[in-house]
Design a protein around this ligand. Structure first.
Ligand SMILES: [Zn+2]
Length: 216
């Protein structure tokens, strides 16, 4: 299983906020405000918009090609939007899963694909399973949110974090299915490709090319 980017599910204002309250009232505890992507179609829109930023589309294509070259295992698609569409076109239970918490993963997978352990946190998770002998790939992007007392910037950053996570999870499932052995691209392979292209890690490369710096 290729697991999770170092994404943060919560963004917290770094400076403590002052809650003025009288002795008789209990302090207001901040609650998590979840900010869903809004479904798979919205995730595709977010991906399209992200790829339209600067040289993002060609940079990601180059990165996926580099991963394929480095591993010696060809990608199904180096265009991440084509890959997204191939993932969602599967009919045996694989696909793109959004707006769910790690604890809800198995509710979104058919029996054959269920995971034995509660997934770790982070930004998302990707894997595959077999349905009637057919390989089904899935990539999940966990629901993100911010605390109710977070600064606005914490909320503004969420769509960009979703975009980086989505591209990261799609990369895990980019290998083609031409061979009998199921294959994922792993973190060390993804990071090595980014380093080869002058960055420090896969996620950092995606940020450098696809996300305005103020949202990193
Ligand atoms: Zn990962």
């Amino acid at each position: 299983m290729g697991d999770d980017p170092p994404g943060r599910n919560h963004f917290r204002a770094s400076v403590g906020q002052q809650h003025s309250h009288h002795a008789e009232s209990s302090p207001q505890k901040p609650t998590t405000v979840w900010v869903p992507i809004g479904g798979v179609d919205k995730a595709r829109e977010l991906l399209t918009k992200t790829l339209g930023y600067g040289n993002c589309k060609s940079a990601i294509q180059q990165l996926f090609s580099q991963i394929a070259d480095g591993t010696g295992f060809a990608a199904r698609h180096t265009d991440v939007l084509d890959l997204f569409d191939a993932m969602t076109a599967q009919t045996g239970g694989g696909g793109i899963l959004v707006d769910l918490l790690p604890s809800q993963l198995n509710d979104h997978l058919p029996a054959a694909g269920r995971v034995a352990q509660q997934p770790p946190g982070g930004g998302g998770l990707s894997s595959f399973f077999y349905s009637s002998g057919h390989r089904e790939r899935w990539s999940a992007v966990w629901l993100m949110g911010a605390y109710s007392d977070s600064q606005r910037s914490a909320f503004d950053r969420i769509p960009f974090s979703y975009a980086v996570t989505l591209i990261h999870e799609l990369a895990h499932n980019a290998p083609n299915d031409g061979s009998r052995l199921g294959r994922m691209y792993e973190h060390d392979e993804m990071d090595a490709a980014a380093v080869k292209l002058g960055s420090t890690s896969f996620d950092q490369y995606v940020k450098e090319h696809c996300i305005p710096q103020r949202y990193w």
